[in-house]
Write a protein of this length. Structure first.
Length: 289
């Protein structure tokens, strides 16, 4: 069964800002430079899903150095888990595709992953883990594709998301031209940049729609130490004490593995998602879509 498309277009009123994609049912990941058209006093926008639905969103976190931004979908809109693509790690020599196009008459990008993920000094100033990609389509300017997802995978397997397009490499023979080489931050890099993928937010994301929203998904995170396992009162009330304690213990163990370097951030994020989902399904049988 083919999954529905998970990429999005971002607008403020009638002005198109750029592209992005659903990282979880609550959050959209995009390149921060795609949001330059936002007015300084209003961080709200409209998110146009691939199926044409238009939902409200707001910039919730941004990392200037890494050129990444996280946009929260308004809680009144429900995005099913079936729309979320699994994340993975890239392999050298593997083919990649970019399902997002800035317009319907634009080409769909594809090519080859040139090298192992490596430190890359992006234009935002930070050193990030990035993929180097060669593009088959020699378009000259790929700027409209920024913020779109990078997929890879064997022909017989379901593709996984391995990165987010950020920059185009220059042509070293002529600085006035751009090369058909693109750079993409890995999903592991993006996950490590935002605390919104910690326990509190996964519980909130997976909570059955019928449960009341009692706590803002962003409340309390600003003062919380990075990586700390924490369940806000609203999320904790959605779980029995027994399941909540077990989930807390599991997240603490995952955090230890992450700090020891035994698992990469992509694996940790997926295990957190599975653990939170199972705990909530135990309390609300059949209540999670």
């Amino acid at each position: 069964m083919t999954r529905p498309d998970y990429w999005v277009d971002l607008y403020q009123t009638r002005q198109r800002l750029g592209g992005g994609f659903l990282l979880t049912p609550r959050y959209v990941l995009t390149a921060l430079h795609c949001l330059r058209g936002l007015t300084t006093d209003d961080r709200s926008m409209q998110i146009v899903l691939a199926d044409g639905r238009r939902v409200d969103g707001q910039v919730r976190r941004q990392d200037d150095g890494a050129d990444l931004a996280l946009i929260e979908i308004d809680a009144s809109h429900y995005v099913p888990l079936t729309m979320i693509r699994k994340a993975g790690r890239a392999t050298v020599g593997e083919r990649w595709e970019g399902p997002y196009r800035p317009a319907r008459d634009e080409a769909r990008l594809r090519g080859v992953i040139d090298a192992q993920p490596a430190d890359f000094a992006c234009q935002g100033g930070a050193a990030i883990e990035a993929l180097q990609l060669t593009v088959d389509q020699a378009l000259g300017d790929y700027s409209g594709y920024s913020g779109g997802p990078v997929e890879s995978g064997a022909k017989d397997d379901e593709p996984v998301v391995v990165g987010i397009l950020l920059e185009q490499g220059p042509d070293r023979a002529d600085a006035r031209r751009a090369a058909n080489v693109l750079f993409a931050a890995t999903i592991a890099e993006a996950v490590s940049r935002f605390d919104h993928l910690q326990l509190a937010h996964l519980v909130d994301v997976l909570r059955p729609p019928r449960a009341p929203e009692t706590t803002s998904p962003c409340q309390g995170d600003r003062d919380r130490p990075s990586g700390a396992a924490h369940v806000p009162s609203g999320a904790a009330n959605s779980l029995t004490a027994r399941n909540g304690a077990k989930l807390q213990e599991w997240f603490q163990r995952l955090q230890q593995w992450a700090e020891q370097g035994e698992m990469d951030p992509t694996q940790i994020a997926e295990l957190k998602f599975i653990a939170a989902r199972r705990a909530i399904e135990s309390d609300f049988p059949g209540g999670v879509e």
